[in-house]
Design a protein around this ligand. Structure first.
Ligand code: AHR
Length: 519
């Protein structure tokens, strides 16, 4: 079931300047829910890139920065609160140059390497398999290992799986025991290569399809650990990649990945993360919503080959990609995160919920200090980004039953070449019912200037006395949390909600995101 959207009027984004009260109507039918929103839609991604791992997640046991067995305490606690369901590692592009055996055993013996993809930084391998899988255990999340196909061997990947998951008297299990871990870890998600069309080996889909078949054959299920094998998928609009993989790999894979970034282009400036105008903002909203078309088209192709939806689509990289912050190291992809990024998160999650009959995971890039991150750190300081707060407000939807909405709101037509004549609804929303029967509605008012009076028609017979909620907004779209002002953008209690005769009335200020719980 998909949200239905009614277009009530069209006009140019650039004419949106007068402040006024607007209105929208949403109809919720609580008995229509069929799909579960897999918690993995709220997945994260951690790459050996910039300060994502070193300084972000990991500082080492001997650091002056407070830590739990080497993991930063502040970051760990913030992530624990977010209920991270799955964490992808070690890349990204890094994964296809990573040799896992360099990252096990005594730290002083681990060889160094050059991180060629990301600024030529020296990688000392002090964060390896044990450090990653132990972190996942502590966070209570599923690990998603991205294996090296581009520059690795079949034997290397096969042995990694054995090292992590075999409990028998096998050579790799014994090596793991020698390195201090007796019991095998549970590893469900295994990526067989990353961006194999690009940094992962510049392959053609036909060639990669055969390689996938070969590599995945030797990735065994040991001792009750059942791998969910994921083939390296397409980028954005490359529908042929999906077609070839579905045709030539089919049910040999449990999942096929997809990457989609909200980015202006791959050459030249991508624009500042913090200095932008309203036109740039509306462009961003249109571009991030375009993922709906992209998802639909990849799903249609998958449906042709796999009508029973046995192969999952996994959007294992998504989010905004802006210019690196001035003064930071080139190739480290460190960017600030404003209220605009928060909208990219909320609008994208609203869309993902609609396609969970096929889309089973999404991993925002990346968890700390890289691209559209949850958290930024500087030495011992940490800030939570506006995107973090969206994930916090939306965590109620994890593993809840998706409830389709009819949304009737104003839609603007974004004109001009760069906008590709995209249509932008000014209200985006999603709803779900959790395991205890509680209904949550998340709603974004994308309009920069105008508040929205939103009428939510509740299903007949639903007994609701009040709606309690939270709101994320700020004076300016360009507002962000800095180390000097860490609480500039943060969640507040939502005041204006009214319920009467089966109708919920919400006053949603301009450029704000809310989540309400019906009680
Ligand atoms: O997330 C940054 C990079 O983007 C990843 O390493 C790569 O897979 C993608 O191109």
């Amino acid at each position: 079931m998909r949200n239905r959207l009614f277009i009530s009027s069209l006009f140019l984004a650039t004419t949106l300047s007068l402040s006024a009260q607007k209105s929208a109507t949403i109809t919720l039918s609580s008995d229509q829910g069929e799909q579960i929103i897999p918690k993995e839609i709220y997945g994260q991604f951690a790459e050996h890139l910039g300060t994502c791992i070193y300084g972000g997640l990991w500082v080492g046991e001997d650091s002056a920065i407070p830590n739990i067995n080497g993991y930063r305490t502040d970051v760990f606690n913030a992530l624990k609160d977010l209920q991270v369901p799955v964490l992808r590692w070690p890349g990204g592009c890094f994964a296809d140059e990573y040799h896992w055996m360099d990252g096990i055993g005594p730290k002083e013996n681990r060889p160094k390497m050059v991180n060629n993809n990301w600024g030529g930084t020296i990688e000392d391998n002090s964060f390896g398999t044990h450090e990653f899988l132990n972190l996942c255990e502590m966070l209570g999340c599923e690990p998603y290992i991205s294996g090296n196909v581009g520059s690795g061997t079949v034997e290397e990947l096969a042995k990694w799986v054995e090292y992590m998951t075999s409990d028998g008297d096998s050579p790799m299990a014994n090596l793991r025991r020698k390195n201090g871990r007796d019991k095998a870890w549970k590893v469900k998600f295994l990526g067989v290569g990353n961006e194999s069309w690009g940094c992962g080996g510049s392959m053609r889909p036909e060639y990669y399809a055969d390689l996938y078949r070969r590599y995945s054959t030797y990735c065994r299920n040991y001792d009750g650990n059942n791998l969910f094998k994921i083939a390296s998928g397409a980028s954005d609009y490359d529908y042929n990649w999906t077609k070839v993989l579905m045709d030539r790999v089919g049910s040999r894979m449990q999942g096929l990945s997809l990457h989609y970034y909200t980015v202006t282009g791959w050459s030249g400036s991508k624009g500042s993360a913090t200095q932008f105008n309203n036109d740039d903002y509306y462009w961003t909203m249109g571009k991030c919503r375009e993922i709906e078309d992209v998802l639909k088209k990849h799903c249609e192709i998958m449906d042709q080959f796999d009508p029973n939806k046995n192969v999952a689509l996994l959007l294992d990289e998504w989010g905004t990609w802006w210019d690196e912050e001035p003064g930071t190291i080139r190739g480290h992809l460190y960017q600030q995160n404003t209220l605009r990024d928060a909208f990219v998160a909320s609008l994208s999650l609203d869309i993902f919920h609609k396609y969970t009959d096929r889309l089973k995971m999404a991993n925002i890039a990346q968890i700390v200090n890289v691209l559209q991150s949850m958290i930024l750190t500087k030495d011992s300081q940490m800030v939570l980004t506006p995107t973090y707060y969206v994930f916090k407000m939306y965590k109620v939807h994890q593993d809840a039953t998706y409830l389709p909405l009819d949304i009737n709101c104003e839609v603007v037509s974004l004109e001009g070449e760069r906008n590709n004549n995209r249509q932008l609804p000014l209200i985006s929303a999603t709803a779900s019912k959790d395991k205890d029967g509680k209904i949550h509605i998340s709603l974004s008012n994308v309009d920069v200037d105008n508040a929205q009076e939103v009428t939510v028609n509740l299903p007949e017979g639903l007994k609701v006395k009040k709606a309690v909620g939270e709101i994320l907004t700020s004076a300016k779209l360009t507002d962000y949390n800095s180390f000097e002002k860490p609480d500039n953008v943060k969640i507040a209690a939502l005041k204006e909600t009214k319920i009467s005769k089966g109708v919920l009335k919400l006053k949603v200020p301009a450029k704000s995101i809310i989540t309400v719980e019906l009680q």
